[in-house]
Design a protein. Structure first.
Lengths: 455, 465
């Protein structure tokens, strides 16, 4: 087993170069400073002196998609283990340092990445960077911690899935129905059986394989000096050796050619629900941002076409929500196949199929006539404004920078999001609605109430 | 719990040596002085209060309008009608229908959120500051000239009834209804969700009447936070709201809430097939202005109000009983409450309750360690800053303070008050408010699976939501 302790000779060998020098011509983005350490770790820094605080995100390029077969839920269980201490900083140290520094921390697992985020007054930045480097280097791989976090994760699954009406079926069950490849279709929360079978050895292996500097991006936003941040990152992360990240398997999917449908019974719900998902092309497709705009036209807020038609006109749905890569993320935070999802609770009187038919009617009209130009302009304004509002929190801004650097190879995607949205035309919307939002590419679930629960 | 913000030129406490047992871990750096933005407090001739604050940076503007009088001021037989008022305010005015309003907001990059709380009704709009005038005009139109169209009210009522039905078997919903009833008895703060009968009885005419009575400029605050000079904010507010006429009508004052729960007997809410027990323990607290709050907030942070708290370490990180245990403090104009919550697998229901009681009583009987106290204080000061980081969160804090009867001076005093709390005071407020014998307890779970375990806590009462 390779140890996570570092051979001393490496300590003097790292080099730090601005990423732009390594990568050649990257468009100048003066607000964003990027460096890449010799061990492959990428650092993104944005200065913002509005508040004497920082936002930090450390993102690793592994999520549900790449977890081992037969170990559903492992990437997320592993994320929990990252908070369980290391040989140098025992369990509880991380929380004490961040909270004692006046901040908060969290982590989350998604399809293509796992993030570790924190925010605090800037006086806490150096010790937090030290702690992040420490857990990138090694963990306390103990049986006791693993058993403890298996219990905690099972309670998380009970509270969010097994004991709650609807239980996130519009994520897990819909993905299982729509996708063909195991990587995309399996339950990212995991089965209790798979969680039980996870071993300390597997935790170690996963850390060795994926939690290496060349598979990670760090972003810092706030009241900081980029040179100082770079010095700290060099000092604490520079001695961590790179790993050999396995080549990414092919996880691509093509649109489905026949509708998929599932009827389920909900053990807790008292009102039935439906969820529809259309398979989307990968992020680098020219159709991807047009689909993000189309999703907002259809689903974002009270002015959206589906809200107006189904909640206000037809009145068959109590509410409707959804979007591209919903509910776990958005267009920018996805690195593979995804779904455009619509989820709603439906009212008595009309079957679920009726509402799904109305959805398709609205979409077909959009594909035929294109959007009203005023609505298209308005929805673009809304998308950009919402994005600004999100970036107003430095922890979210840091996370977007780190995630886009990891998934798109370019943190400046955060700056260019507006351009991508603005570039979408009415013809683009027509084209992608006709191509992807079809009955054949549609998977949907009618989630009915169990006998005796409804009226 | 909303706290306040960083108006003071303040220094966080001296650096705390970071956790001892990590060799090489650097200390915290020197704390930086916090900036001191000024709230301009003013009012229009019709009595509308203005709290204006410039926040340079992102091109955003947040508006927050708060009207005194929420569900606690609803007539007892119509408690919750305020929620429908909030739901339908933006569903039509003399010049625009619901769809036009929604589309105008979309074009401004904004959303309008209206909600009713115990003490007031709040409307929030955040959009691009370049559209400041349109945002204000739209907010003023919705606030001062709503028409409550029959068809929209009918739909809102039908949807609210259906939403209530959809919540019926949600464990948090079920627990809430019993918990607040046990905490507050017949006091209006018992409200958590409207009763079906109340919702059914709501008409457009009733909403129009309530709107006329409740929405008075003299009982309203407008908060503006964003990237605009305050003088310009004031002009925009004058233009949008200057013509709003006052028709003063007295509003009955909400009585002060009781400090003792109706019962401390354990309330068991049966939820067949539940694979977890949803536990809630808590009690009422004094009104928001009470001087015990700074010490209570520190005590809550140490007990269960943060991830590094005693409760989380105990029942999550040591025992693995639960995913997200937490405790919180809510302050209201005429009362408040403390609550602890945890969702745990059926088998450890009673065991969790024992640990909650143990941690409450430990804090009520022994002083916290100095390091633990200082960590909690630094935590509260830091998150005070972080929670008011964005224009919309800052505006929300300001409006919430005002509704609770607190002022800008209380915001300024927040950090010094937290810093002044001593270990002795923490123990004292914990003994007074947090000791286990003073807590009401509600457990929502599968009776057949948990009842036997709960025998040591007898007598139990079975409650229905």
């Amino acid at each position: 087993m390779p140890t996570r302790h570092l051979p001393h000779r490496l300590k003097t060998l790292f080099l730090l170069l601005p990423l732009s020098l390594l990568a050649g011509a990257i468009a100048a983005e003066p607000e964003i400073t990027r460096f890449r350490l010799e061990n492959g770790l990428t650092l993104v820094v944005v200065e913002d002196h509005a508040s004497p605080t920082f936002g930090l995100s450390v993102v690793y390029g592994v999520g549900f998609r790449l977890e081992p077969k037969g170990r559903t839920g492992f990437a997320h269980l592993f994320e929990h283990m990252m908070f369980e201490g290391t040989p140098s900083a025992p369990k509880g140290t991380f929380d004490r340092v961040v909270e004692g520094g006046g901040g908060v921390l969290n982590g989350s697992t998604r399809y293509d990445y796992t993030n570790y985020i924190s925010t605090a007054p800037v006086s806490a930045l150096e010790p937090v960077l030290w702690l992040e480097a420490d857990r990138m280097r090694h963990l306390d791989f103990s049986e006791e911690n693993l058993q403890n976090q298996k219990d905690v994760v099972k309670e998380e699954i009970r509270v969010n899935v097994k004991n709650r009406p609807y239980g996130l079926f519009f994520w897990t069950d819909l993905a299982a129905l729509a996708f063909d490849r195991w990587e995309n279709a399996h339950d990212g929360y995991g089965s209790f059986g798979d969680l039980d079978r996870a071993t300390v050895e597997e935790v170690k292996q996963f850390h060795d394989t994926y939690y290496v500097p060349n598979n990670a991006v760090i972003a810092v936003v706030g009241d900081v000096d980029p040179k100082q941040v770079r010095t700290w990152v060099e000092k604490y992360f520079g001695t961590i050796p790179p790993g050999k990240v396995p080549p990414r398997p092919d996880v691509s999917e093509t649109p489905n050619t026949a509708e998929r449908f599932l009827r389920q019974t909900d053990a807790h719900a008292t009102v039935p629900a439906l969820a529809v998902g259309w398979k989307m092309p990968p992020p680098h497709s020219p159709d991807y941002f047009p689909l993000a705009v189309t999703a907002s036209l259809l689903l974002d807020g009270e002015a959206s076409l589906l809200h107006q038609e189904l909640v206000k006109q037809e009145q068959t749905l109590l509410e409707i929500s959804g979007g591209l890569n919903w509910p776990l993320g958005d267009a920018l935070t996805n690195g593979g196949p995804s779904l455009l999802v619509a989820f709603g609770l439906y009212k008595p009187g009309k079957p679920a199929r009726y509402s799904v038919g109305v959805m398709q009617r609205v979409i077909d009209e959009l594909a035929r006539k294109g959007p009203d130009p005023r609505r298209l302009e308005a929805v673009k304004t809304k998308m950009k404004a919402d994005f600004y509002k999100t970036l107003a929190r430095s922890i979210r801004r840091a996370d977007y920078l780190a995630v886009t650097q990891l998934l798109w190879g370019d943190a400046a995607m955060v700056e260019r999001y507006g351009e991508r949205i603005d570039a979408v035309t009415a013809d683009d919307v027509k084209r992608v609605a006709a191509r992807y939002l079809t009955p054949e590419n549609r998977s949907w679930i009618d989630r009915q109430v169990a006998k005796g629960k409804g009226s | 719990m909303k706290t306040g913000l960083l108006f003071l030129l303040l220094f966080l406490a001296a650096p705390l040596p970071a956790a001892q047992p990590a060799p090489g871990l650097p200390d915290y750096g020197p704390d930086r002085p916090l900036p001191l933005p000024e709230v301009m407090q003013d009012h229009l001739d019709n009595g509308l209060e203005l709290w204006l604050l410039r926040r340079p940076g992102l091109p955003l503007l947040s508006l927050r309008l708060a009207v005194r009088g929420g569900t606690a001021s609803d007539p007892p037989k119509r408690r919750g009608i305020s929620e429908l008022l909030a739901d339908t305010l933006a569903s039509g005015t003399r010049t625009h229908d619901a769809r036009q309003i929604a589309e105008s907001l979309q074009a401004l990059g904004a959303e309008l959120e209206a909600s009713a709380g115990d003490d007031g009704i709040t409307l929030a709009v955040t959009g691009l500051s370049e559209h400041a005038d349109s945002m204000l005009d739209l907010l003023a139109e919705v606030v001062t000239r709503p028409t409550f169209p029959e068809s929209e009210v009918k739909l809102a009522v039908a949807n609210k009834l259906q939403a209530l039905k959809a919540s019926e078997n949600d464990p948090d919903f079920m627990t809430d209804r019993v918990f607040y009833r046990v905490l507050f008895g017949n006091h209006p703060y018992r409200f958590s969700h409207a009763d079906e009968a109340v919702v059914k009885g709501v008409t457009a005419e009733a909403l129009r009447r309530l709107h006329r009575r409740r929405f008075q400029p003299g009982r309203t605050l407008l908060v503006m936070v964003g990237d605009l000079p305050v003088q310009q904010m004031r002009r925009l507010a004058e233009h949008a709201f200057g013509g709003w006429k006052a028709e003063p009508e007295p509003m009955a004052e909400v009585p002060e809430a009781p400090l003792i729960p109706v019962t401390t007997r354990l309330q068991l809410v049966n939820r067949k097939g539940s694979v977890q027990s949803t536990l809630r323990a808590g009690r009422p607290l004094p009104p928001a202005s009470h001087p015990d709050y700074p010490a209570l907030m520190v005590a809550n942070t140490i007990f269960g109000g943060s991830f590094g708290s005693r409760l989380t370490r105990n029942i999550r990180e040591e025992k693995g009983y639960t995913y997200s245990p937490r405790s919180s403090i809510a302050r209201l104009a005429r009362g408040g409450w403390f609550s602890v919550q945890a969702s745990v697998r059926n088998e450890v229901t009673a065991a969790t309750l024992v640990e909650i009681f143990y941690e409450l009583d430990r804090l009520a009987t022994t002083e916290p360690e100095e390091e633990e106290l200082r960590r909690a204080q630094r935590y509260l000061k830091g998150i005070f800053l972080l929670r008011n980081e964005t224009p919309s969160s800052l505006a929300a804090t300001l409006a919430a303070y005002w509704l609770k009867g607190l002022g800008v001076k209380d915001l300024r005093a927040y950090v010094p008050r937290i810093e002044a709390v001593t270990a002795g005071q923490v123990k004292q407020v914990a003994a007074e408010y947090l000791a286990s014998r003073r807590q009401a307890v509600v457990i929502t779970g599968d009776r057949a699976a948990v009842r036997e375990q709960l025998v040591p806590f007898a007598p139990l009462e079975e409650a229905t939501p």
